[in-house]
Write a protein that binds this ligand. Sequence first.
Ligand code: NDP
Length: 485
Amino acid sequence: MQSIQNYINGELVSPVNQNYLDNFEPATGKIYSKIPESDSDDLELAVIAAESAKSEWANMPAEQRSNLLMKLADAIETASEELARAEAIDNGKPIAFARAVDSYRSAANIRFFANAATQFSSECHDMGSVGVNFTLRQPIGVVACISPWNLPLYLFTWKIAPALACGNVVIAKPSEVTPMTAYIFSRLCIEAGIPKGVINILHGSGPAIGSPLVNHPKIKAVSFTGGSATGRAIASQIAPMLKKFSLELGGKNPTLVFADSCKDQASFDNTVSEVARAAFSNQGQICLCGSRIYVERSVYERFKTALVKKVRALRIGDPLVEETQHGALVSKAHYEKVYSYIELAKEEGGTVLTGGNKRTPEGRCSGGYFIEPTVIEGLSSECRVNQEEIFGPVCTIQPFDSEEEAVTKANGTEYGLATSVWSSNVSRCHRLSSQLDFGIVWINCWLLRDLRTPFGGMKSSGMGREGGLEAMRFFTEPKNVCIKY
Ligand code: NDP
């Protein structure tokens, strides 16, 4: 059975303690590889490697750093089919999705920040005849990048790329649940000629390696994506250490459908398709998924009927089959958690319109963690199912009567990550953009990405932003230089 290895000082190595965890294929429920349960001994080796690589990488001309990152992006592109297949096996997502989203965007992330390395500039504050200030933006040093399991390599590279582009060295920890593509990525770093120690990847669980990593005194900044509870725990540990941190956390994202988005059949069909995509992409396991659907009452019944029809038509099955649209949930624990929310919805008075069941496909996937895409009606906005992040293929649908009511309901959870608004009324779209308390407001679209934009949430959805200049600023220390004439 394959054993994943850590990547330290440019080499693939076993964990010092020789302890390994089981890695499951969620579509079959079977163990298919081993992953290092790294601990502080491995961390010390990674810190030594990163410290010794730090100065050369920070002082390398930006163009040279950029060229190396471009080579890494090329290597990801060349390996894109291998990566897509590995992601589908490790995570349970359909291979077509892994190809179009995970592999493609991992290379795009690296390429985008490789360009940013040569194009980043800083401010100058002119004091006229008195003097001038300019801002130096220097690398922070050794930084930690911690990512979750839902878009494994995509979110891993989304952090690592800007950190490296700014001249930092990285110790990264992928989720223990989906380690495989980060392991392949280690090999691609070697192939691309990334200097030893510039990227170090430690595998293992949150308590064994994640926590020591963020708390290590040589780690100067932490970029974390994961659940809000983990984010809070990390913040409470490292805030007193005065480390810089950025937290991208959970969401409970509303989708607001106004009747004027459904004026003709084509726009109605498009809205239904996109709302379904927003709810169920990646089995609903995207922090941005729209899991609370609010529809203006005049089109509610028609919209609901069309949505249910669309969702029922999704092809569930083996993630490695090209036609599959809905794969397995990532782990047994997560599968049980998601299912418990369907049971809770019934207790809270909800009616399951479609889905609601565990699914056991025949053949190789009979032991897999599949849940049907589920739409639930009749729940109050205040109930737990509409307040807590489920992070699975479960969404609710409710009618609303006025724009004010839609905004109140949309804003009525502790989260503030993303929302989408479907309306052809331009004034309304502008009004809502300012009234909705979310870090990302999509108008007549969902998950339309531009890597230059600020990415992240407010309220319990996080602190700080990623993307474009926000990421470049996070991964640099601004130093004002004041010159008196
Ligand atoms: P977790 O918070 O459980 O884990 C995230 C990462 O942190 C994993 O690598 C995990 O390791 C690690 N970790 C766990 N405990 C600690 C610790 N004490 N110190 C340091 N690291 C630790 O989240 P999930 O992996 O379950 O991911 C799902 C969550 O991520 C959802 O809430 C989702 O909304 C959120 N998310 C947010 C996004 C955003 O951009 N806002 C994007 C994508 C997801 P291990 O897996 O080994 O436990």
